[in-house]
Write a protein that binds this ligand. Structure first.
Ligand code: NAP
Length: 341
């Protein structure tokens, strides 16, 4: 039986996920949508879907089995808590929430419910290249991972809307999550270095070098550039005791012309991770149909939030900022094994 889904937030990624759920994947119907802008919700609603005036009305509707949250970050906490209170599986785009206190509330609610309901939109875990990289590391053939270099690059970001904090509390969450997942490690401290500022972004602080210190002693070097003109380029390389494993250069059409021989670079996240988003939702539809969630959990959302908070403190103070997590509830103990399947 198809899963009946309600989508909260019908902006850029909300519309892309509605397209994915209605035109690409099977096993799901989008039966309801809601957005702070009624017109935007109406424009994005698939035929026969109901446009709800409030997120609460959508979440509590009997028509809706499971929810996809694509609203902006500050709205996620209230919407997630309402989904958990209703006992409905919920896929929430990153960032899960925007503060440590909010992350702890989500975890407490889910633990009290007694079953995983929340899946966070860290789609890199569903990307085939990242999965192959993790399989090599997990096989142990290269020995222990010692260093990881993660390089996220954006061609540009919306002027005025994307602020200097966002490389650290919005973009970095993906690198924090994929580092923890790839290395099977927890981040315990953060440092930030500010290289020469790019003149392309005006007052925007860009680029950043972030060092994530892991519990094992491994160090992750994240080099974030959000305004680098040439395209959306995500790189990763793990140095282990006996070798190095890297993400491949993306296979793409080779163009030969008067400028030389070259490969096209994705314009943005939609193009680079299109298959990862599809796979993320394929697996979520199955889990949500069973009344639960898979892959990145509320615990992972909490961990990424703490990394972002620590990075913001580190950039202000210029020092090492420690991260102290609560004890991991038993509910989340199996998450890494599940996500790696
Ligand atoms: P967007 O285009 O601004 O869309 C967000 C939508 O949610 C807007 O229509 C917004 O309305 C609406 N909204 C705000 N508050 C709401 C509320 N309380 N209830 C219902 N709708 C509400 O942003 P986006 O790029 O789609 O991003 C949405 C979320 O996805 C963000 O958390 C973002 O970080 C995340 N995201 C994740 C990825 C990824 O790689 N996984 C990529 C892109 C975005 P207004 O515009 O009127 O405020």
């Amino acid at each position: 039986m198809a899963l009946n889904i309600g989508v909260l937030g019908t902006g850029m990624i909300g519309q892309d996920h509605i397209r994915r759920l209605t035109q690409v994947l099977s096993g799901a119907n989008v039966v309801g949508v809601s957005d702070i802008s009624l017109e935007r919700a109406q424009a994005a609603a698939p035929e026969d879907a109901e446009v709800f005036e409030t997120p609460e009305a959508l979440i509590s509707s009997d028509k809706v089995d499971a929810i996809v949250i694509c609203s902006w970050g500050p709205a996620h906490e209230e919407q997630l808590l309402a989904c958990i209170a209703a006992g409905k599986p919920v896929f929430c785009e990153k960032p899960m929430v925007t503060s440590e206190a909010a992350a702890l509330k989500v975890i407490a609610a889910e633990v009290a419910f007694g079953r995983r309901l929340v899946q966070v939109g860290f789609m890199r875990r569903f990307d085939a290249d990242y999965r192959r990289l993790k399989a090599v590391i997990d096989s142990g053939s290269l020995g222990a991972p010692l260093m990881y270099k993660s390089v996220p690059r954006n061609a540009s970001v919306p002027e005025g809307l994307y602020t200097s904090e966002m490389p650290l509390n919005d973009t970095l969450v993906h690198d924090a999550d994929i580092s923890r997942w790839l290395l099977n490690d927890e981040v315990v401290g953060v440092e930030v270095r500010l290289p020469r500022r790019s003149t392309r972004g005006g007052e925007l602080r860009d680029p950043h070098i972030v060092l994530l210190h892991c519990a094992s002693g491994a160090i992750v070097d994240v080099e974030i550039s959000v305004n680098i003109a040439y395209g959306y380029d995500i790189r990763g390389e793990v140095s282990c005791e006996m070798g190095v494993a890297s993400l491949p250069n993306r296979p793409a059409t080779v163009i030969s012309d008067q400028y030389g021989i070259r490969q096209a670079i994705p314009e943005d996240w939609r193009e680079r991770f299109i298959e990862a988003y599809d796979q993320e939702f394929r697996e979520w539809i199955v889990a949500a149909g069973n009344g639960t969630a898979t892959g990145p959990s509320a615990w992972d959302g909490y961990a990424a939030t703490l990394v972002g908070d620590a990075a913001l403190r580190a950039v202000e103070g210029g020092s090492y900022e420690a991260i102290n997590m609560i004890e991991k509830p038993a509910l989340y103990e199996t998450e890494i094994a599940m996500a790696a399947e």
